[in-house]
Design a protein around this ligand. Sequence first.
Ligand code: C2O
Ligand code: CU
Ligand code: CU
Length: 548
Amino acid sequence: MEITRAEMLKLSLLGSAALVLPFERTAFSRSGGARLRDLPPLFRTELPIPPVHRPVRRTKDTDFYEVAMKKADVEILPGKKTQIWGYNGVTPGPTYRVRSGRKVQVRYVNRLPNPMTIHTHGAYVDGDSDGHPAKFIQPGEFQDYFFGNQQVARTQWYHDHAMHLTGLHVYNGLAGMYLIEDDFEDNLPLPKGYGEYDIPLIIQDRQFNQDGALRYGVADKDASSNGVFGDVVLVNGKPWPKMAVSNRKYRFRVLNGSNAQPFELALSTGRPFTVIATEGGLLERPVSVRSLPVAQAERYEIVIDFSEYPVGTPVVLKNLRGKVGKKSRPDRLRSDEPMSSIMRFDVVRKERDDSRIPSILRPEEEQIDPTHLPTDLSEVSRTRRFEFKRTGGYWTINGKTWNEHRIDETPREGDTEIWEGSNNGGGWVHPFHIHLLNFKVIERDRGEPPRPWERGWKDTVFLGPNESAKLLMKWPKVPEGPEPTEFLHRYPVHCHNLEHEDHDMMLQFKVARGGGKERPARKKASDRKARARAARRRRLRRPRARKV
Ligand code: C2O
Ligand code: CU
Ligand code: CU
């Protein structure tokens, strides 16, 4: 154990002060100083592979980990030091590689000045271990998180989720991958070997100051509110890296870990590549694409076949999508802009390739787990609508901002529902993310079919300007945590633009036990008054929420 009980108790007495004070200081001091003048060179640094978390202890059915959130000075830009906040001082954080069905317990120790929570994005986990935005680990304290991992193989990720602070914390480095692996997938002939032919690609944009400090752009007028965009693309923590590859197939686990920037991947050669998995694991069938939009928090796994190219060919992973949200800025990037490149693969050698992409990757019936319950349109008991928009100077869902004391939706265990997300605004992308379960996209933009690459199980869906999506899901039983608190059944649903989420595009749902009753909807007439009252209360209680 890294801190003593006595220390922890002492620190927890300071807890409520710590909640308020360090945030303003940390957030605002970082944007001071001159902005970086010369961008780092493209394709100079080798792509690093995030290290793998090692358990401190194992029992028959459980792996135990201890992870500290702490500061570190690292070299991101050549010749400069950047202070980051990282899990074990590393960014992106070390990768968890866990076996489906094996339990994991993590002791998260907060050695940073801000309150934190850790969300394992995609996990089937009770609200206590889900990193609920209000279940803080105060500075100097720790909490134990429990994971059952009763899910099929998939690429999840873990990141900070502290109320109003998520954007800053993730930007500072608090994000990493959490992979679930299983026998079914191991037995497929796909490219294999973490860091060898199975490569995580965590793509994030960042801004820096001239001295190398991360620049969380709250000094810019639009930064905290509209979203913080970067002018440098990092992959696994390095700017525009390169990777030497053999002329064979590789599997890449792509995560867009940016705060606000959606990407659209394409190869500089114009050749197609193959999508094999979404957030919830392998697709039933592979899908060949020439470009692939990836919103913040979405994961797509792709296979690129470099046997198409002679040794000596550089293949650049491009980004076709520009900064969004300002109508004056083009959505499409010119191919000579730095933001239009992500990284480069250099085909440097010949090698035999035994891997292949089966035409059936994982049949539907082999995908079933608690987050992937078979759904049937005829069983839909309710449709809930989520409109992502600005209201009264805030980012809102259905006109509401986040309030941890209010339950907005109460789906019932065992019920099949449709959640319909819509973004009727012109400029913004609002990635729509639901905790606890996965869904199927069943309809796009009122009457259109889902896009071919989003037909698998998903937990986040791309809502571009004027787009909507109908999501079909069946609510599982909430797993029982070993130390249940008031958070057990409570989860957020939100936009995954982290600045939108922080200010304040997030609602809370509580999963009701099977047979439970819905709370009656409020009457229309009293709505306006109630909203005004709530807004007044909110302003008093939460001075940190800022207007957009
Ligand atoms: Cu990755 Cu609630 O988020
Ligand atoms: Cu999540
Ligand atoms: Cu948004």
